[in-house]
Design a protein around this ligand. Structure first.
Ligand SMILES: [Zn+2]
Length: 452
């Protein structure tokens, strides 16, 4: 059998294997909705709550459309509501199940072709990610420490890396803290942080030596391993954690990790009280161990963390707090750091991607509460807290692996540029005082004695 026939047989077999896996999304469509004003945004948010819509992308008024997944039983009501208000829309994806199946077949055949030589140029699984972190820590013991923050709800280890030429003992250095994959389906986020580790440790280039020497790094590439594995095995579009609280609801699992942080207006804006919703914030702040670990690391190093950045997918956005549209006192500097970062990524992007848009998350896109960006900004001590929404190159959550290495590179350029500009403020101590926390943390840090 020649190679071509072999490939045909293989993809036919794959189709058989995959048949049924994405059936829960059969007949679901994604609509592109033109958001022209705040009323349109409110209409979409109200429909999101009543019809349990799945918002793939929040639009920007009169500039970028919102992308909304709608179940077949809700389509008529949804489209009528848009028509009634004169909101324009189009069918962006006719059948979500079919699109997911095609993407998976394409991904598998790319993998079978052997082009993913480096694991961060593909979508590595939980075990591979942990292996990489353990390997790099054992190979570079003077530079890298691997730390287990604790267990996930389903008892998987949640690990992170500390990268420092001075074992985190030089208190004059700023810390850059990066987190990814609290939202399980946003697969391209973890590779970008693994690649950043690669660039800082295994593949340091001479022009980046200052970043390794002058800055300490905390990198948490996989915050929600339960959701991530579930999105590979069972439900490609799973977003939440996998916690289970039958006394609250015995048919729905999980909490939206990026609504679960302690903040003003927790659960009151940009969230749903329905435990089955994709934006359910949980019964209380930090109900999820996965977000509590991030809180503990933030509080342990709060005096030195200069930038905290939580990486998401998708849309080419950089946002800062607060989610209710109010601004911290250093908003000019926050905007500058975001702009330097966005510009560095824009000059490295492929032509077909959007330019980065940046600003306050509430004013630019939609109001929220309880997200990591707001919590880190509010604790006092972290001047620059950002959310990064990576590019999808038009493929939404299903970024073809062929694009990953480019996204890794351009994101690294952004991280490097933001690290350098933030460092100048750290040296000059030119950051104005940050608002004190409005709400005290619900739970004290696990080990308060570490919080110097
Ligand atoms: Zn996200």
């Amino acid at each position: 059998m020649d190679t071509r026939h072999l490939l045909v047989v293989c993809s036919a077999l794959l189709s058989v294997v995959l048949a049924g896996k994405h059936d829960i999304y059969s007949g679901h469509s994604v609509y592109g909705v033109q958001v022209r004003n705040r009323d349109h945004q409110m209409l979409l948010h109200n429909l999101e709550l009543t019809l349990d819509l799945d918002v793939w992308q929040h639009g920007i008024i009169s500039e970028r459309e919102a992308l909304i997944r709608v179940a077949p039983e809700n389509k008529a009501y949804f489209l009528q509501a848009l028509d009634d208000e004169g909101v324009e829309y189009y069918v962006h994806l006719q059948d979500v199940a079919q699109a997911l199946e095609e993407a998976e077949i394409e991904r598998n055949s790319w993998r079978a072709s052997g082009q993913n030589r480096m694991m961060f140029n593909d979508y590595p699984r939980y075990d591979e990610i942990n292996e990489y972190m353990d390997m790099i820590a054992s190979r570079y013991p003077d530079l890298v420490n691997v730390v287990t923050a604790g267990k996930s709800f389903d008892q998987r280890d949640i690990k992170y890396l500390k990268i420092s030429t001075t074992n985190f003992e030089d208190s004059s250095k700023p810390i850059y803290m990066l987190t990814a994959m609290i939202h399980a389906r946003e697969w391209v986020t973890t590779p970008t942080l693994l690649y950043s580790v690669f660039r800082l440790v295994e593949n340091l280039r001479s022009q980046d030596r200052d970043l390794r020497d002058d800055i300490d790094w905390i990198i948490m590439p996989l915050l929600n391993p339960d959701g991530y594995e579930y999105s590979h095995e069972t439900d490609r579009l799973w977003r939440k954690t996998r916690s289970y609280r039958p006394h609250i609801n015995d048919t729905c699992w999980g909490v939206d990790g990026n609504r679960n942080y302690d903040s003003v207006n927790f659960a009151a804006i940009g969230a749903s009280p329905d435990p089955c919703s994709d934006i359910y914030p949980g019964p209380e702040p930090f109900s999820e161990v996965e977000t509590a670990y991030v809180r503990d690391v933030l509080l342990e190093h709060v005096d030195r963390i200069q930038i905290f950045m939580d990486v998401h997918s998708f849309g080419n956005y950089i946002t800062y707090g607060y989610g209710d549209g109010t601004l911290p006192p250093n908003s000019a500097q926050l905007h500058l750091v975001s702009a330097v970062m966005g510009a560095a990524m824009d000059v490295n992007k492929l032509p077909e991607a959007n330019f980065y848009r940046l600003g306050n998350s509430g004013l630019l896109m939609y109001f929220t509460a309880g997200c990591a960006q707001d919590y880190a900004q509010s604790i006092g001590g972290v001047p620059f807290s950002l959310t990064l929404e990576l590019p999808s190159y038009g493929h939404r959550f299903e970024v073809p692996p062929q694009y990953i290495s480019h996204i890794n590179e351009e994101t690294w350029e952004g991280i490097a540029a933001s690290a350098r500009v933030a460092r100048t403020f750290y040296r000059a101590k030119a950051t104005p005082p940050i608002n004190p926390p409005v709400n005290p943390p619900v739970n004290p840090p696990v080990n308060p004695s570490n919080n110097n």
